[in-house]
Write a protein that binds this ligand. Structure first.
Ligand SMILES: Cc1ncc(COP(=O)(O)O)c(C=O)c1O
Length: 481
């Protein structure tokens, strides 16, 4: 990484505006520290001295041109207005203007333009990086499918079986498997790799159950950086492993589980000066906040009653919970959704801890068919716990059978998802049946990964498929069966 002296002034200024706060003890740190003994010059900080994880703090500034009807002075007055809803309206204007994808090539200036339609639509709330350092595919801008039951006023016929299964009248699924590498990880990765780029990193690394590694490898390739990934051998779905290797990552398959890989990568990065891009890195969490902002904007800033999502390493719940809180503080919304985190019963440390009112942190030996959430000692435990407590959220668990039953419904509706994502629908089904979520409440569920990531687990290999002779009689006979 670059030394402090060689950081360009605009990056040095951005870094000095950012502080990292420990989620456990509130200690504050700069995002990078100069260390003369280090061969790399600048040392990024991922943890507090007390071992706690860190959270980005940054003051938000509206872009100047927005809401500037009069002179600059009146704009500043407006910006400082005590009328919170007026400020909320200004932010909404910024995000609404950017939501439609602009041309990415300007003939008049002969310049490539940054696509602001996805994650970077919210750049002031995520990472106000100078444009030329931003590494983006672009990502985000994923669909929010209305999937409510029969009497739902919107949505496709084939999708209603999802709402019927959940027992929800107004239900939406946001498909994060529609991101460039096929999972929500791309949202955090664009922010994380942009920070790596600003710091002049030449190599990046992560531990992964498969989706982070695929995303990291894709973005590192784009940035011209080396990527090194640590995977639990034999526990990564073939599609994810194929992506990771095809994008050129050095792939270290360790004889151990994800939790062991996570411990190892942290050591390796600290010792060898490689930039760490797990969600332990607080800038990954900042990028993933865009899921929360985007779904609120897609609902015209009318917050849903509930958000449901699968929970593994707990980075995503931390990010979306933070986004909801910030959207509320900026008067973009008037109510904070409750969050339901769903764990697989065989990989349920967060659920067990929740059952004990979070009095103690639990870790387990994880085992589930949903390999993406096969995690026994989640890194973002403290962040996620704070989110659940602040939003009156809940943590539930579902069995592998419930996950696979829900996956079949999502797949057969034509939307499709990977096994871990189906925990969302399995959780909705269970929580509505138990009366925790009411059937007339407005609910958004997150589908975290694409169906093609794992083309084996939970996919009937035989149904509706047969090899026949190439003639009409054979086809007739087959269809009649
Ligand atoms: C498809 C999928 N769903 C859910 C998760 C869990 O997200 P988190 O680890 O942020 O809790 C992951 C994490 O790898 C994932 O890949």
């Amino acid at each position: 990484m670059q030394s402090h002296a060689t950081l360009v002034p605009e990056i040095a200024a951005l870094l000095s505006a950012i502080q990292l706060r420990c989620v456990e003890c509130s200690a504050l740190y700069p995002p990078v520290e100069a260390q003369s003994s280090s061969a790399t010059g600048l040392v990024p900080r991922y943890r507090c001295e007390c071992g706690g994880v860190l959270d980005v703090e940054l003051e938000f500034t509206l872009p100047k041109q927005v809401g500037m009807q009069g002179d600059e002075e009146s704009w500043h007055l407006m910006e400082r207005a005590s009328n919170a809803s007026a400020v909320g309206a200004l932010w909404r204007q910024v995000f609404d203007e950017r939501a439609s994808s602009p041309p990415i090539w300007s003939i008049s200036t002969d310049k490539l333009l940054l696509d602001y339609s996805g994650v970077w639509r919210y750049r002031e709330l995520i990472l106000p990086a100078p444009e030329r350092y931003v590494i983006t595919r672009p990502e985000g801008n994923t669909n929010l499918y209305p999937v409510g039951m029969e009497n739902c006023p919107v949505g496709r016929i084939g999708h209603r079986q999802i709402g019927t299964y959940a027992g929800l009248e107004l239900f939406f699924l946001k498909h994060e498997g529609e991101n460039p590498s096929g999972s929500f990880k791309d949202r955090g990765m664009t922010a994380g790799i942009t920070m790596a780029n600003m710091l002049g990193a030449s190599a990046v690394a992560c531990a992964s159950t498969g989706n982070t590694s695929a995303s990291l490898a894709a973005y590192a390739a784009q940035a011209g950086m080396r990527s090194i990934v640590f995977l639990p051998a034999g526990n990564v779905a073939a599609g994810k492993l194929a992506q990771t290797m095809a994008y050129g990552a050095t792939t270290v398959q360790i004889e151990g589980d994800f939790d062991a890989a996570m411990q190892l990568v942290e050591q390796v990065c600290n010792e060898l000066g490689i930039y760490l891009l797990n969600s332990l890195n607080p800038f990954r969490v900042e990028g993933q906040k865009a899921i929360g902002f985007e779904l609120l904007q897609q609902l015209d800033w009318q917050a849903p009653d509930w958000l449901i999502l699968p929970a593994g390493n707990l980075g995503n719940i931390s990010a979306i919970g933070k986004a909801f809180r910030q959207a509320y503080d900026l008067s973009l919304i008037t109510q904070i959704p409750r969050i339901a985190a769903i764990q697989a019963a065989g990989a349920n440390p967060f659920y067990q801890s929740y059952q004990q009112q979070f009095q103690k942190r639990v870790s387990v030996k994880a085992d589930t068919v949903a390999s993406a959430i096969k995690i026994g000692n989640p890194v973002s435990y403290a962040r996620a716990r704070a989110v659940i407590e602040a939003c009156d959220g809940i943590v539930a668990q579902v069995t592998d059978e419930e996950i696979l039953a829900a996956k079949e419904i999502i797949d057969r509706s034509g939307i499709g998802c990977e096994p871990a994502s189906a925990a969302t629908l399995a959780g909705a089904h269970k929580l509505v049946a138990e009366g925790v979520i009411k059937r007339d409440e407005r609910v958004v569920g997150i589908l975290t990964g694409n169906l093609l990531k794992d083309n084996v687990t939970g996919i009937p290999q035989q149904r509706n498929s047969a090899v026949v002779k190439p003639n009409l009689d054979a086809v007739r006979a087959m269809l009649a069966q």
